[in-house]
Design a binder for this molecule. Structure first.
Ligand code: CS2
Ligand code: MG
Length: 403
């Protein structure tokens, strides 16, 4: 079997998505998610101008060699654009392999390690009252795990909370980022009380998660982790920016609240120390930004050695193709933890068809060959790409901060 051509579909059914389609001489094609929120066109050019010419004529079954060829062959290794492009190709090649063999991809990754996959979803509100109602609504829908985000009194706009009701979409359409402001003190003084109220109203059963979105220093993170201990969170996410992984040692010394990190990582080297030194409980790397299924299997194996579980990043700013790939991966590995799921807009689901079902808080994979996904090319064309950027964050005195 040979790769004969490939192209990249950029569309915007509610938000921007980038999809690679790889064709073969047997008439089978594979799809991969190449979406990198706010930098989509960089990945499009990287694929069209640099990587696609390198994979023509290759056998799509040779995923291991093709991955190393693309990773080492570029010389300039790692990075979000590079690894998202490689990840999309890798996803599409596994899709082709499954279709060619007539089996769902998970059967090529180790088979079924579980019948269903636990999901968590987002609940957010501009204040405590609205947030509580959002949590109630998700529990009503049968979710077993809910990420709770809220506006913070005295802080104009906070990560994870949109002005209008409904789905939170972080990227804002326009030709440059909007600017938001932040105050850590107001946040730290507010969050423990919010979780105390959530636990009091909804009890101990529901898994509660929270995302600090890279905004704390290690000692601030230690304080928050400690103050949240009575509320037994499933995880506290992205407490601190994780370029300096040493810093997690300070947090770990002070709190038993489980830590999840890694959605901005793109190679095993980004998480190697965190995992090997027991500084993280869930690794948030995802198939698309993590370089594909091929390297993510290695991340999962390293994580398993250190009692770390997966918690793949899966918001609606990654397409249903990435979600499907995460579900095949999560079905096969032993140390699956939980899968993020925000749900998708009706427009998105007009463009993408998926081979998974979702009910009462769990995913089930269908036995569709490959990743079980498809894209309606005609519909995709109806939704034109437009630039959108993730916000930039400043402290109240104007200091540039982490968003
Ligand atoms: C967030 C993401 O889902 C999460 O955990 O951190 O929604 C993140 O803000 C977006 O993916 C950025 O595009
Ligand atoms: Mg996050």
């Amino acid at each position: 079997m040979k790769i004969t051509s490939a192209d990249v579909i950029v569309c915007s059914p509610g938000r921007n998505y980038v999809t690679i389609k790889i064709e073969t001489d047997k008439g089978i094609y594979g799809l991969g998610d190449a979406t990198l929120n706010g930098r989509e066109l960089s990945v499009v050019s990287y694929l069209r101008d640099h990587l696609i010419p390198c994979i023509l004529e290759r056998d799509p079954f040779d995923t291991e060699d093709i991955w190393h060829y693309l990773y080492r062959g570029v010389y300039w290794r790692r990075g979000a654009v590079n690894m998202t492009a490689i990840g999309a190709i890798d996803m599409a090649l596994w899709d082709i392999k499954g279709k060619a063999l007539g089996v769902p991809v998970y059967k090529l990754l180790g088979g079924k390690s579980r019948e269903r996959l636990l999901a968590y979803t987002h609940a957010q509100g501009i204040d405590t009252a609205e947030t509580m109602e959002a949590v109630a609504e998700k529990l009503e829908k049968g979710y077993k795990a809910v990420r709770v985000q809220s506006g913070v009194p005295g802080v104009e706009k906070v990560y994870g909370v949109s002005g209008e009701a409904g789905q939170y979409e972080p990227a804002v359409k326009g030709n440059k980022p909007v600017e938001e402001t932040w105050d850590t003190n107001k946040y730290l003084n507010y969050i423990p009380g919010l979780f105390s109220k959530v636990r009091e109203r909804f009890g101990e059963e529901v898994h509660l998660l929270h995302d600090s979105h890279h905004r704390l220093t290690p000692i601030e993170a230690a304080r928050l982790g400690k103050e949240l201990e009575p509320y037994h969170l499933f995880w506290l996410e992205d407490l601190i920016p994780a370029e300096n992984q040493e810093s997690l040692k300070i947090v770990r010394q002070h709190t038993t609240t489980p830590i999840a990190i890694g959605e901005v990582f793109n190679t095993i080297y980004d998480c190697q120390d965190l995992i090997s030194n027991g500084l993280v409980d869930y690794i948030r790397m995802t198939i698309a930004h993590g370089g594909g299924i091929t390297p993510m299997l290695k991340v999962a194996s390293l994580a398993a050695l250190h009692h770390v579980k997966t918690g793949c990043h899966g918001p609606s700013d990654l397409s249903p193709i990435n979600l499907a790939a995460c579900l095949h991966f999560g079905t096969a590995i032993n140390n699956f933890g939980i899968q993020e799921y925000m749900g998708y807009s009706d427009a998105t689901m007009e463009v993408f068809t998926v081979g998974y079902s979702f009910s009462r808080g769990y995913f089930n994979l269908m036995e569709t060959p490959g990743l079980g996904v498809d894209i309606n090319f005609k519909k995709a064309k109806q939704y034109e790409y437009g630039p959108a950027y993730l916000p930039v964050n400043r402290l109240e005195d104007g200091t540039l901060y982490n968003w």
